[in-house]
Ligand binder design. Structure first.
Ligand code: GLN
Length: 440
């Protein structure tokens, strides 16, 4: 713990928003005392981990990497984090990310752009960039990210580690700062499938504080040892798209051939075009974030800036304290929700989402898992994505569809330079881990 805290303190990759050193050392001493007493300790006891800076941990700063909440301290602890603390894991750090989860590069932050662990000239990915980088550099053993449209899977891919977005509802969102509530998922990033499995088990379960949580059974070590996957599918239009990087495409098709050679049946599947996926996702995500962030007006939380009157105070507080990217999303979201637009844009988005889910239901009658590259493009240089938000949105083309479908999906650090994504039907998280082991 001490060693890792030292490394985090240097913050060479801008992955750190705040250190939880006092808490970490106190908890570590308790575990040491237990060991000295000859007491048995649990699987996660004493294991150091990181937390994306969007989770409440009582008494610690939770900034969402924003100016607005720069000095905000959590009043309570998120359910998922509390479960890890109960299991004895040791929180070291609140990790840098795109503000409120808005972004794909971890540059939309007041704490400086997160640098990629593999090549520090490139972005760390986002929005859970700090979490991925800390794991990749062994500053943490695992980190808890948040994935609304790819924010665990994409940075995991960019930093060559594992990252799981579980089935929506498997892990409680209570205490996660909401971005888009219908796709927000809590999940782990780690260097091994086994770590992902253990952490997922601890965090899972129904929570009376989050009515969307579902009951799930523990995924045992035995259950993921051998793969029961017989048929896999991939979306032909993803690999035929003009937007895909040629190396990613070649590597992906080579992985498919290898899988075929192992006796697995491979099917080509039809799916929606990337632009439909991206526009549907951003329509709904922006609408939800406009609604979720409306409470941040400086009254109850955050840096309030006084204006000439109450309404003006709200306006100044929000204009001065939200980033460009966050404001773009609030304005866009309020527009698609407003009278005259909502039927044509928001409700249409919901209808397309239903079609996407139906498409998945059909696919999973034919195949056990779907494989895809994590991203069509490679990580950009730091500074580039800020210049072109649309290009950044389009780089999410392969992750957002699975979010809209609320499916379990895992990035594995192989297959292509930005990783391979394994997706299964809802509640089949186990199958995803099985197949990841099979590919090892
Ligand atoms: N890049 C996507 C977005 O900006 C996904 C972010 C996320 O999953 N939090 O919306």
């Amino acid at each position: 713990v001490q060693e890792k805290l030292e490394l985090l303190k240097q913050n060479k990759y801008n992955s750190v928003n705040s250190l939880l050193d006092t808490l970490a050392l106190e908890l570590a001493a308790k575990v040491d005392a237990k060991i000295a007493n000859g007491e048995e300790i649990g699987l996660l006891e004493g294991i150091p981990f990181g937390i994306k800076d969007v989770y409440m941990v009582q008494g610690t700063y939770t900034t969402a990497s924003s100016e607005l909440l720069k000095n905000y301290k959590s009043a309570y602890t998120a359910t998922a984090i509390q479960k890890l603390l109960n299991a004895g894991a040791i929180p070291l750090v609140k990790e840098n990310c795109d503000s409120f989860g808005h972004g794909s590069s971890s540059e939309n932050t007041i704490f400086g752009a997160v640098k990629n662990a593999v090549n520090p000239e490139l972005v760390g990915g986002g929005s859970s960039g700090g979490s991925a980088v800390n794991v990749a550099l062994d500053y943490t053993v695992f980190s808890i990210g948040g994935d609304t449209g790819g924010s665990i899977r994409q940075p995991a891919g960019y930093n060559h580690i594992y990252g799981l977005k579980p089935t929506y509802g498997r892990v409680s969102r209570f205490g996660l700062m909401a971005y888009a509530s219908s796709t927000d998922c809590v999940g782990p990033l780690a260097k091994s499938i086994e770590d992902i499995r253990i952490v997922l088990n601890v965090m899972s379960g129904k929570d009376p504080k989050d009515q969307t949580t579902i009951t799930s059974t523990e995924i045992t070590e035995e259950a993921v040892k051998f793969s029961t996957v017989k048929t896999i599918g991939y979306f032909k239009n993803f690999v035929d798209s003009e937007a895909i990087d040629s190396k990613i495409k070649a590597d992906f098709l080579a992985s498919i051939e290898k899988i075929k050679a192992k006796g697995i049946e491979v099917k080509e599947l039809d799916f929606f075009q990337s632009d439909i996926l991206v526009s549907t996702y951003y329509t709904l995500a922006m609408a939800e974030t406009a609604s979720n962030l409306s409470r941040l007006d400086g009254t109850n939380y955050g840096n309030r800036i006084e204006g000439e009157n109450l309404i003006d105070s709200y306006a100044v507080t929000r204009s001065e304290n939200f980033s460009e990217e966050t404001k773009r999303r609030i304005v866009g979201g309020n527009q698609v929700l407003s009278q005259g637009f909502s039927d044509e844009i928001y409700l249409k988005g919901l209808a397309v989402r239903d079609q996407i889910s139906e498409n998945f239901s059909k696919d999973f009658q034919e195949v056990d898992v779907i494989l895809s590259p994590v991203t069509p493009s490679t990580p950009p240089k730091i500074g580039d994505s800020l210049k072109d938000p649309l290009a950044m949105y389009l780089s999410d083309a392969y992750t957002v569809g699975f979010s809209l479908g609320q499916l379990p999906t895992l990035t594995v650090p192989q297959g292509t330079i930005t990783g391979l994504q394994i997706t299964a039907a809802k509640n089949n998280d186990e199958l995803v881990l099985q197949f990841a082991n099979f590919l090892k």
